[in-house]
Write a protein that binds this ligand. Structure first.
Ligand SMILES: NC(=O)C1=CN([C@@H]2O[C@H](COP(=O)(O)OP(=O)(O)OC[C@H]3O[C@@H](n4cnc5c(N)ncnc54)[C@H](O)[C@@H]3O)[C@@H](O)[C@H]2O)C=CC1
Ligand SMILES: O=C(O)C(=O)COP(=O)(O)O
Length: 524
């Protein structure tokens, strides 16, 4: 059973995939509601209202996934979520059309003074001369940010006979040509546009991208729209340019602080506003809620999610192919962490055979999550594995090799400390399962599972008997036993599996046997 906190107003109908899941319990409350026990929540669903801060995440130790039923994730501290190993997903295209249509409606309203004229008629006035507008036809529209929403606006603007200038550093010439728009610089847009609309995410780079310096370059009478995020157009600078009459009109759907309260821009008649309604249509809300609800369910069913902000996308097909290798990679990492007795500064992983055809980067992260398991108090998974290694000064290297040691596939990991290096190799055999086939210089073959004991000893007659004797005296059943050696009479190893872990006393009795060099329990 997993609990999901739905903290913002999300379409009930769209939550159907979760309401329909007998393993899911949905709680529809604010995060600061005293009746909510944040510590047991595993999934958090939000729109733009809830601020998902690091402090909030600290109160949610079981949180695995944050789902944003919408596009912008600027209300979520994504780096903090990543550090904590929490997946962040969004619904990138569910509200594109709604937001593009809203922006267009705002643009038309602004040019034809519709909100002002509407209020005037409602106040029993009839001021036809006061509300003379301007056509969209033939005007230059500048679009900053030509992603999903920007592109939909461009299409509509062209139908209205507008010339579209766009600025987006990630827009290719081919795509601009296909959309029939002129790709240009931000400066050109500022200088040539009659109307400028912004459609970028809010990032440190885009915050204030239209500020006083930019406004100075615009045409007198320019109209500005922000239906993306408050702050992309600097509100204080904009207020100055509305006050001095340079800017002819403004349409805002979003504000730096929402609700904006007593905002300097609100007093101007040529500034029209809506309360962050871009995505507020029945269709968009159903789309985004269904998308994230389905993704959350998919995640808890153990399948890959498609729209993660902090995890590379991987298809279900590839995910299924990777699963066996995923497990063995994790186990190799975990064996290393339990066997290496000094600080590790380098982990190098070599893939060979059929596994090289898969997404090995994903497996490297799985190996790291196994390596950090039990070592640090943060849950390390594919989201934060590389970051955790980096923070701890561990270099991670990945290689592809043609040497598979006779196996169909082989994953070999070497952990390097100041003094020693320790190598573990594993393989996955169809219809047989995962096997560890090499441990610190010795060929061996054991199942990486359960309560294991790795013993280094001298290859002498009777050693296996002595070990068996100690265990038998303590009524301990040996489930499986594998041995490996390099040469007769030299160093050797054995790996035993038990139904339960051995006690300190039993371990110490084994350690005291003459032929034993070292013993090392491994719990997987
Ligand atoms: N008012 C509302 O209710 C809604 C607002 N939004 C906002 O609209 C934004 C855009 O949404 P989408 O088009 O779906 O996102 P998108 O990711 O498809 O498009 C964003 C575009 O901005 C471009 N970009 C990034 N940095 C830039 C920069 N420095 N200069 C110029 N272009 C830059 C990117 O290359 C990308 O093409 C969202 O991030 C969100 O904040 C989205 C939906 C509803
Ligand atoms: O999807 C987005 O980025 C939006 O801004 C929509 O926000 P909302 O879900 O309506 O609070």
């Amino acid at each position: 059973m997993y609990q999901i906190l739905v903290a913002d107003a999300i379409s009930e109908e769209g939550l159907y995939p979760l309401l329909n899941d007998t393993n899911a319990e949905i709680i529809q409350k604010k995060t600061d509601d005293p009746e909510v026990d944040l510590s047991t929540i595993k999934a958090l669903l939000v729109r733009s209202a809830t601020k998902v801060t690091d402090e909030l995440m600290a109160e949610m130790p079981n949180l695995k996934i944050i789902a944003r039923a919408g596009v912008g994730v600027d209300n979520i501290d994504v780096p903090a979520a990543t550090k904590r190993g929490i997946i962040v997903i969004n619904a990138p295209d569910g509200n594109t059309i709604s937001t593009a249509e809203h922006t267009f409606a705002m643009m038309a309203s602004l040019m034809r003074n519709i909100p002002q004229a509407h209020s005037s008629v409602k106040n029993l006035e009839w001021k036809r001369n006061q509300y003379v507008g301007t056509e969209l036809f033939g005007k230059n529209l500048g679009i900053v940010g030509m992603g999903r929403i920007g592109s939909e606006i461009a299409k509509r603007a062209k139908v209205f006979g507008m010339s579209v200038l766009v600025f987006d550093p990630f827009l290719t010439k081919e795509r601009a040509a296909k959309l029939g728009v002129e790709s240009t610089t931000l400066d050109e847009i500022l200088q040539r546009s009659d109307i400028i609309t912004v459609h970028t995410p809010l990032t440190p780079e885009t915050k204030g991208i239209i500020n006083e310096e930019a406004l100075k370059k615009t045409k007198k009478g320019v109209r500005l729209l922000n239906c993306a995020r408050g702050g992309i157009i600097d509100e204080q600078d904009l207020a100055k340019y509305v006050a001095n009459g340079h800017v002819g009109g403004v349409a805002l759907d979003v504000f730096e602080t929402e609700p904006p309260g007593e905002h300097p821009l609100l007093k101007y008649d040529n500034v029209i506003v809506t309360p962050h309604l871009g995505a507020s249509t029945k269709e968009a809300q159903l789309n985004v809620a269904t998308q994230v609800a389905q993704e959350v369910r998919t995640y808890f069913e153990g399948n890959p999610v498609s729209n993660s902000i902090n995890l590379p996308a991987i298809s279900k097909d590839i995910y299924e192919k990777i699963q066996p290798f995923y497990q063995i990679s994790k186990q190799i990492g975990n064996i290393l962490t339990q066997c290496v007795k000094e600080g590790v500064h380098e982990l190098s992983i070599t893939y060979s055979g059929s596994v090289t055809e898969l997404e090995t980067a994903y497996l490297t992260k799985a190996m790291l999550s196994g390596f950090f398991k039990g070592r640090i108090d943060v849950n390390v998974n594919e989201v934060n594995a590389l970051l955790t290694a980096k923070e701890r000064g561990i270099t991670v290297g990945e290689k592809i090799s043609t040497e598979a040691f006779g196996y169909d596939n082989c994953i070999s990991v070497t952990a390097k400390g100041e003094e020693n290096a320790f190598t573990v190799r594993g393989t996955f055999i169809d219809h047989y399962g995962p096997r560890i086939v090499y441990l610190n210089g010795f060929n061996i073959d054991f199942l990486p599972e359960g309560n294991l004991l790795y013993i280094q000893h001298m290859d002498r007659p009777g050693v296996i008997g002595h070990v068996g004797q100690v265990l038998g005296d303590h009524h301990i059943n040996i489930a499986t036993m594998q041995v490996g050696r390099k040469q007769a009479g030299g160093e050797a190893i054995m790996v035993l599996a038990f139904d339960k872990p051995l006690s300190e006393n039993e371990l110490s009795l084994l350690n005291n046997l003459d032929e034993i060099v070292s013993i090392n329990p491994i719990i997987l």
